[in-house]
Design a protein around this ligand. Structure first.
Ligand code: DC
Length: 249
């Protein structure tokens, strides 16, 4: 019974009744939804889909670190020069409307998804002042709620009081497999073994750095997506959201 009611609500959301303006039940609220986890766990797909279904803003904070790193390299800055890179992060015009990532008006959607860009982003994401600047910009983007924000420190640092925190994970093998088959990311050219070793190395950088390392927030819902098809993950999270906001029993 409860499941059939929940399913009906999930179907309503899938049909986009919210996005088309028929706000129902608890979703009139402008929630902050934080999605964290390592690369390749499926954060992007989940965040984008939830944002579309809820009619919320989707913010990919990894793309912010990536575009700042890309621009810093273009400008010939050293990627460990916190003062110079953070000054750039402060003044840059960042935009990711319509799935297109731009920095200072330049479309970098493809450029920021190369193996070099992976390394450059991880390097600038270690810099304390760069993080401070980008965290400030992320808080401003989510200040009015109605946002699904994905990253590594959203539920721990950016929005510790987020209404819902999801931590997505998957085995390193599965994450590498997803990454290697992601044409937008690698061009589909890199071998699985090389993608996996790069990914494991980057996980290590992200989770051992001194400032805002990737960690599981105490109140986050942990989901291992290794064996879960994408639709199952989305529906599971949407049901959790409905249950959380509108307990049925
Ligand atoms: O999610 P991604 O792979 O696009 O992230 C790119 C890099 O930026 C990665 O090394 C992790 C880092 N990052 C971070 O430190 N904090 C965030 N909120 C998002 C990404």
């Amino acid at each position: 019974m409860l499941d059939s009611i929940r399913h009906a609500r999930v179907e309503e959301l899938e049909e986009g009744s919210l996005a088309s303006g028929t706000l129902v039940g608890p979703f009139v609220k402008r929630l902050i939804i934080a999605i964290d986890g390592p690369s390749g766990a499926g954060k992007g797909t989940l965040a984008r889909t939830m944002a579309t279904r809820l009619g919320y803003l989707h913010v990919d904070t990894g793309a912010m670190y990536r575009s700042v790193a890309w621009k810093a390299a273009q400008d010939g800055l050293s990627l460990d020069d916190d003062a110079a890179v953070s000054a750039l992060a402060e003044r840059a015009v960042l935009d990711q409307t319509g799935g297109k990532v731009t920095i200072d008006g330049q479309d970098v959607t493809r450029e920021i998804r190369t193996p070099e860009a992976d390394k450059a982003a991880a390097a600038v994401a270690r810099l304390p002042r760069v993080r401070e600047v980008l965290v400030g910009r992320q808080r401003a983007l989510g200040a009015n709620g109605a946002v699904v924000m994905e990253g590594r420190d959203i539920g721990t640092v950016v929005f510790p009081n987020a209404d819902m925190k999801i931590y997505l994970d998957a085995s390193a093998e599965e994450r590498a497999r997803r990454r290697a088959s992601d044409v937008a990311h690698t061009g589909g050219k890199d071998s699985l073994a090389s993608v996996q070793s790069e990914l494991v190395a980057r996980d290590k950088t992200d989770s051992t750095r001194t400032v805002a390392p990737l960690t599981l927030a105490k109140d986050a819902i942990y989901i291992d997506t290794t064996e879960m098809p994408f639709e199952v993950v989305v529906n599971h999270v949407m049901m959790l959201l409905i249950d959380k906001l509108n307990p049925l029993g």
